[in-house]
Design a protein around this ligand. Structure first.
Ligand code: ZN
Ligand code: ZN
Length: 408
């Protein structure tokens, strides 16, 4: 029997004064609340009580992988999400197309953010044709540079076997581009490669006047967050589940890919608060015929919360619920449906905090408790009690009859 895992990113919130309600509590969401009513609910600590999760670490946990063991930084996950294949030992850096002055002082960390697709292609071409071959010859390592979205990109150094180097990105305007330093002996070669990359890229982008007609010009690539591709036993082996993921956000697609899920893209699902959910919901229902686990990611709730917009957060939940309602009958009875979020993002904070998030599990053999609404204020009373993100796959695997017995 398959399972559908719906994650409303950052949907969980803190009670907002004066009424003490939350967006999940206020939202009119008849379908989600019916599933909650007929199922078990509880509270979920994505990582552990009080730990403030990133979306990457919390999704690793929800997929059944201890982030303390498997998380090696955002770089490799973002690279996977951008469609780059990574092997063991590959290191991936997150990159920003940026603007610096003649003293290499950062003027704009994102080169004005609006990097067009032509400019992105030009950056890739210059780096791939002029910088990469030179460094490959000099260091005997293979390199790949790719622009992903707007100013963002990824640099991969194949089989570097270490990521123990510092960022070149000073993370603020008005500071000089940093020299990359090795954090241990093994990383000296990688550090020199990165420093040479930085120097060559600056010269090459200037020489080719990439984006020079615009203001601010693109004349630097800043690197940060290096991470080694983690060794991960894929879902079909670890939990005997064939998994599919539908997500608009590259980082989340990367996490799904890292744990061995097949990644799908749905119309209208771009990872914004203006997304349309019906095509994604329909696709997830279709995929339930082929996969044991289908994961559907909704980003709009988190985006609205980061912007401190209570009403928009409510609206995203209601719109998703409407889309779910239109196809819920096609799902049938023989399926498990989990609805939760990957962390709490209070609209009054605008960032992730450490409170647990409500969770509901609907499906055959699940205890129906007396909670009839998915909310931070109600799910404490549910039959699931308080669980951790990492427990979810075991709970589902047991219901689905997939997991092995521990002991005799
Ligand atoms: Zn998140
Ligand atoms: Zn967030």
């Amino acid at each position: 029997m398959p399972a559908l895992l719906i994650v409303l990113d950052g949907a969980s919130d803190r009670p907002v004064k004066p009424r003490g309600a939350t967006p999940l509590h206020d939202a009119h969401k008849p379908t989600i609340d019916r599933l909650t009513e007929e199922g078990s609910c509880g509270m979920l600590d994505p990582i552990a009580p009080g730990v403030r999760p990133g979306s990457d670490t919390s999704h690793l946990a929800l997929f059944g992988y201890d982030p303390l063991k498997y998380y090696t930084g955002r770089g490799p996950l973002e690279a996977l999400g951008a469609g780059i294949e990574l092997g063991p030992g590959d290191v991936a850096f997150r990159a920003n197309a940026a603007t610096v002055d003649e003293d290499l002082v950062v003027v704009d960390r994102r080169a004005g953010r609006r990097v067009s697709s032509e400019e992105a292609r030009a950056i890739e071409e210059v780096v791939s044709n002029e910088v990469v071959p030179l460094l490959e010859r000099r260091y005997g390592l293979r390199l790949l540079y790719k622009q992903t979205v707007e100013h963002r990109g990824v640099l991969v150094v194949r089989e570097a076997n270490t990521s123990s180097v510092t960022d070149t990105d000073p993370h603020k305007v008005g500071a000089k581009v940093l020299k990359c330093r090795p954090l241990d002996e093994s990383a000296q070669t990688l550090a020199s490669l990165v420093n040479e990359f930085t120097e060559l890229v600056h010269k090459a982008l200037k020489r080719h006047s990439v984006g020079s007609s615009r203001s601010p010009p693109i004349n630097m690539i800043l690197l940060r967050g290096p991470g080694l591709m983690p060794k991960i036993e894929p879902l079909p082996l670890k939990y005997r589940m064939r998994g599919a993921a539908i997500a608009g956000v590259a980082l989340i697609r990367g996490v799904a890919k890292a744990v061995g899920m097949d990644v799908y893209i749905a119309d209208g699902l771009l990872g914004t608060a203006q997304d349309r959910y019906e095509p994604g919901v329909r696709l997830s229902v279709d995929l339930l015929k082929k996969y044991d686990l289908v994961f559907l990611h909704v980003k709009g709730t988190d985006s609205a919360a980061h912007d401190g917009n209570y009403e928009l957060k409510v609206k995203v939940i209601e719109e998703f619920d409407r889309a779910l309602g239109t196809v819920i009958d096609a799902v049938g009875q023989d399926v498990y449906i989990v609805i939760t979020s990957d962390h709490t993002t209070p609209v009054n904070v605008g960032d992730h905090t450490g409170e647990p998030t409500p969770i509901a599990i609907y499906g055959p053999d699940v205890v129906k408790d007396d909670v009839s609404k998915l909310s931070e204020l109600t799910c404490w009373r549910g039959a699931l009690g308080r669980i951790r993100g990492i427990d979810l796959m075991n709970i589902l695997g047991s219901y689905m009859g997939l997991t092995e017995k521990f002991g005799e």
